[in-house]
Design a protein around this ligand. Structure first.
Ligand code: BGC
Length: 351
């Protein structure tokens, strides 16, 4: 196991570093404290060949210039808030609009675009990084000073574990996630339509044309949203189904099956038959956004290959989009004295 650190560049007059974490099985993860971005994640296929299975760039400048959230920590609110506004304890808050009328992934300068404090950590069975950021009261329109800690761990069971923690000094809303784009064949190797996916959800949250949930929890049964048994991503992605047309593919929040709120359960799996790579996702969160890279448009990635339409997918564990305006959805409110606490694990193996 080892952790190395090297300079990655400067943003907002602050130095950003690149941390190289390696576990005892030689899985290697590179992370920068700019946006908490997972720059690369190298895992074996069934023959032991190592490939980098997340999309990203080699240069810090490329992330600063144009990053569709590759690998980043998303906050203060993952996914969309309709009309970029909400009311909390009788007070109306107006947020930055960065996607039409909506607030997406925290606004113009979300947690993906700030420099975090970073401290490497190592224990008997893991290497990791503790990232800290203080989001000021009023930042992007959100109330309260939010003290955020995100711990990335790469352990010797080949799990990438993320612990999210936050506290506030004023009632606020919070919904953190990680936006890694996966391609289990290897980044830049083409589309992900052959990956076989399972999502442990009986229901999903249908959206309107601006991708804001309608409020309904619709059954997946009998629709192309049904991933309760292993199904290729491409099997039904172009079906004549309104929700898929709106999203240009999958771009939907699934309501994860849970017996108990906040329990750590299996959210999803993805299997790539050619390489044999298998990824399992466990989370304490009630939802997961399944996004199939429908807005990737040919940007050149870290190995010089283009990232085109549907060349990666994301499993973003989260609370449901637009929850601040949907009182019937699980609450995203955080009050002074409380602790926001969620965990997500991505586990890698082969079959
Ligand atoms: C959203 C997509 C968006 C993507 C990149 C996903 O979480 O649901 O609509 O295009 O992130 O911003």
């Amino acid at each position: 196991m080892k952790i190395k650190k090297r300079p990655f560049g400067m943003v907002d007059g602050k130095p950003a570093d690149l941390f190289v974490l390696e576990n005892s099985n030689h899985l290697e993860m590179k992370v920068t404290n700019y946006g908490g971005i997972v720059v690369s994640l190298v895992v074996p296929d069934r023959d032991g060949n190592m490939d980098d299975i997340v999309l990203g760039y080699n240069q810090l400048e490329a992330y600063v210039k144009h990053n569709p959230y590759f690998g980043a920590i998303i906050g203060r609110y993952g996914n969309r808030i309709g009309n970029a506004q909400f009311t909390l304890e009788g007070q109306k808050y107006t947020l930055a609009k960065n996607e039409g009328e909506n607030n997406l992934h925290g606004g113009i300068k979300g947690f993906d675009k700030v420099v975090w404090d970073a401290k490497p950590v190592m224990d008997d069975d893991y290497v990791g990084l503790i990232l800290k950021y203080l989001s000021k009261d009023g930042e992007e329109g959100f109330p309260g000073n939010l003290d955020v800690t995100v711990k990335y761990i790469l352990n010797n069971d080949n799990e990438f574990r993320i612990d999210y923690r936050a506290t506030t000094d004023k009632t606020t809303i919070v919904n953190l996630t990680n936006h890694s784009y996966f391609n289990l064949t290897g980044e830049g190797s083409g589309d992900i339509l052959g990956h076989e996916v399972v999502i442990n959800a009986e229901r999903f949250t249908p959206v309107d044309e601006t991708l804001i949930p309608t409020g309904e929890l619709a059954p997946v049964e009998g629709t192309p949203m049904d991933f309760r048994i292993p199904t290729a991503i491409g099997a039904r992605i172009d079906a004549d189904y309104e929700q898929l047309k709106i999203g240009k593919g999958y771009d939907h929040n699934f309501v994860l099956n849970k017996d108990q709120e906040g329990a750590m359960t299996l959210a999803a799996t993805a299997y790539e038959p050619a390489s044999g790579r298998f990824m399992e996702v466990f989370t304490t969160e009630p939802g997961m956004q399944f996004y199939t890279g429908n807005f990737l448009n040919g940007m050149i990635g870290k190995s010089g290959k283009p990232y085109n339409f549907r060349n990666a997918f994301c499993f973003e564990t989260q609370h449901f989009p637009d929850s601040p305006n949907k009182p019937e959805f699980p609450s995203v409110v955080l009050r002074p004295g409380e602790e926001y606490k969620t965990t997500t694990i991505y586990k890698f193996s082969t079959i």
